[in-house]
Design a protein around this ligand. Sequence first.
Ligand code: G3P
Ligand code: MG
Length: 248
Amino acid sequence: MKLWPYPRVCAHRGGGTLAPENTLAAMRTGARLGHRMVEFDAKLSADDIVFLLHDDTVDRTTNGHGAAARLSYAEMSALDAGRWRGAEYAGERMPTLAQIAAYCREAGLAANVEIKPCPRREIETGRVVAAEAAQLWAGAMPPPLLSSFSFEALEVARDAAPDLPRGLLFEHVPGDWRERCRDLGCVSLHASHRHLDEALVARIKAAGLYILAYTVNDLERARCLAHWGVDTICTDRIDLIGPHALGD
Ligand code: G3P
Ligand code: MG
């Protein structure tokens, strides 16, 4: 396996801003535009089903209200997660990780599974998402890339699925990034492109880590980051930054 077997461009939340985030419609939109990698956010429902949602609550992206951690998946899947983005998406649901894995495998999409725990559920979310991802993507090439802002979640993910590659997420890269990534056995460091510069990229690469930068919505900026050595950029503008915009 290539050490970094992932495409240079990754569709943020599946379809960027073109479709309701973290839904099957989003993944289909990314695939329709030729993208070969999608990022999405995975968390646990109250009854421990792994499903896709970015926020702690369902308010922004569905017609429901309240904390996701208090809703069962049956309650969650009754909500409309598409209409807020446009009438044509009415009826979209918050999918399970199993549904998304099946679609990604069928469509040949590489996956960046961001473990996004509900507050105070870091440990069980890291464990369950990683174990499920290992099962759902068994034998898949490339394997799903697990990432998280939560050190704790990634630590238990490492123990639950040691063979899956991991990337630690930061907004601002802290001074002790080397130690944190080493302790987690990360292959990559994921960071907001806003706080990256050429020298920092060079230091991270020299430490043997690959870099994924989010959320890059400007083509010139994407080219600049790639020139510095960033391996993959994650974008909302999947229409503007095409799958081959940074080469193959
Ligand atoms: O994984 C990259 C990016 O998705 C992290 O930020 O808030 O969009 O999940 P966020
Ligand atoms: Mg994310």
